[in-house]
Design a protein around this ligand. Structure first.
Ligand code: ATP
Length: 493
């Protein structure tokens, strides 16, 4: 499966659109359409439920995007949040120097009498030791030496555009948590270890955005700052190291729980030379995206760097009183930092399947039911029969009180099923002539409908009165096989 297939499915079926498309698009921003916003909300809801609501040691926060400009000096972003950038002298395009090397390049080697050959991505020429010097886009221009480019979007707070009013759109949600550490600690009377979670927008003026929603300039993050007592040991290890491992496993298991194949996830340890200025250790969870293995989430041990920096710059004490030891400590912090947009792309890519059913291609999004944008589609077998349409609409209204349920009568039933498969709807309910009966012939209806399950395409016929209970089970996590068994074989269509 390649990225183009996903991009086209996303556009065709209302998941993701190019931002400002009628004006030619921006190339780095995307809009989530009617189905996309449901999937995105589901990702955020599950993350919040699993990591905040179900845990006794976590609380939430929603800090503002615009913050005091001193925050970004204290955090190191003004000085360090940069990427190395190179320009092409011919076509003027800009590239991120550290990502340029990843693709293979054609090299005219001076050590080989200017013969041309391809050098694999990430490697210098084995003969002359040079790295790529020509533009990967136009192939002609020389590239400049790398310069550091700050990725923060600058803006002005208030009506006067002067230096004193300069601030930045936050490039990460984390700092909103650090500056509220004391507020949350005091108001919630928390004991270490505890975590503060936040979901929100962040902005990065990426030099080379791309790969669809993988690298965008306006992104959404799901971040946890998990504070631990640096004087504690757990299971024979320093508390920060123990909790770092716990969170790596917890977060990997979370992606697995909602359907991502184990073989498409891997951990990557940051080398000492690439660690951020605040990090003692960072491990990325990587996903096998259509363009190759890339970062899905970063899990860093930020030590006491941020709290100490903010204490220094603000003059406020940001410590925790360890009652047992009768001493103030600055907590260490473990930060699992995930991207909503990258998770969206990973869940979608992992769910995409093409199958052959009775000689025809079936495109299927095998999304976990909790992630699926639409849970149930109610479909009339014949849209010309008013009673069938009316009953189907009644059933939709009833189910929509509890789950995202749609009604569709714009095609024949086979086509309607395929459309729902393509957007990952786990269950279809079909209303037919038998359901409503035939008043002209004096035949009463049985008020039963067919439920079709997306993955197996199996169908069962069940009383309408039992639909809510059945979906409570199915959408509450019970397997289809356990529900199928309750209905006698002759009921199966
Ligand atoms: P990269 O090396 O890919 O630029 P990063 O290491 O700068 O990413 P972090 O600062 O660790 O990323 O951000 C945490 C998470 O936020 C990432 O794992 C990713 O899921 C998400 N993220 C960061 N930058 C972007 C972006 N430009 N577009 C989409 N998601 C992003």
């Amino acid at each position: 499966m390649n990225m183009d297939t996903l991009v086209s499915l996303c556009k065709r079926r209302g998941f993701v659109f190019q931002s400002s498309e009628i004006y030619g698009g921006t190339g780095s921003c995307w809009d989530y359409g009617p189905l996309g916003v449901e999937l995105k909300n589901n990702i955020k809801r599950l993350w919040w439920r699993d990591h905040v609501q179900l845990r006794a040691d976590m609380v939430g926060l929603d800090a503002s995007i615009l913050m005091h400009s001193a925050v970004w000096k204290a955090s190191g972003h003004v000085d360090h949040f940069t990427d190395p950038m190179v320009d092409c002298r011919a076509c003027q395009r800009r590239f991120r120097a550290d990502k340029l090397d990843e693709a293979p390049w054609i090299h005219s080697c001076p050590a080989k009498k200017d013969t041309k050959f391809e050098v694999p991505g990430g490697e210098p020429c084995v003969h002359c030791g040079n790295r790529r010097t020509l533009c990967p886009e136009c192939g002609k221009g020389q590239l400049t030496e790398p310069r550091q480019f700050n990725l923060m979007f600058r803006t002005f707070m208030g009506p006067v555009e002067e230096d004193a009013a300069v601030t930045y759109l936050r490039p990460e949600t984390a700092q909103g948590i650090f500056v509220n550490f004391e507020n949350v600690l005091q108001s919630m009377r928390l004991k270490l270890p505890f975590g503060i979670a936040q979901i929100g927008k962040a902005f990065r003026n990426e030099i080379t955005p791309g790969n669809f929603i993988f690298r965008v300039r306006e992104l959404e993050q799901m971040e946890i700052e998990y504070f631990v007592n640096p004087l504690d040991t757990v299971a024979g290890r320093p508390a920060d190291e123990y909790w770092h491992e716990q969170w790596i496993e917890e977060r990997r298991a979370w992606y697995r729980r909602y359907g991502i194949a184990a073989g498409n996830l891997r951990l990557r340890e940051h080398g000492k030379d690439e660690l951020s200025h605040y990090s003692k250790r960072t491990v990325d969870i990587e996903y096998r995206f259509p363009m190759g293995w890339s970062e899905l989430e970063g899990i860093a041990n930020r030590t006491d760097f941020d709290l100490k920096q903010h204490a220094k710059f603000s003059g406020k004490s940001l410590t925790y009183f360890d009652e047992e030891r009768r001493t103030h400590v600055v907590p260490y912090v473990i930060e699992p930092s995930a991207g909503v947009d990258r998770s969206f792309l990973a869940f979608l890519a992992d769910a995409y399947r093409e199958e052959e059913v009775r000689g025809e291609k079936r495109v299927l999004l095998g999304l976990h039911p909790e992630l699926a944008p639409v849970k149930i589609a109610v479909l009339p077998l014949l849209k010309k029969r008013d009673e069938i349409v009316a009953r189907a609409k009644e059933i939709r209204t009833e189910l929509a009180r509890r789950w995202v349920t749609v009604y569709d009568d714009t095609a024949a039933i086979g086509r309607l099923y395929r459309r729902q498969d393509e957007v990952g709807t786990p269950f279809c309910v079909t209303v037919d002539v038998q359901t409503v009966g035939d008043p002209e012939k004096g035949e009463p209806g049985d008020d039963r409908v067919t439920i079709r399950e997306r993955d197996s395409m199996e169908q069962i016929r069940v009383p309408v009165a039992e639909l809510v209970r059945i979906f409570q089970e199915l959408l509450g996590g019970q397997p289809w096989s356990s529900v199928v068994q309750r209905y006698p074989a002759q009921d199966r269509a």
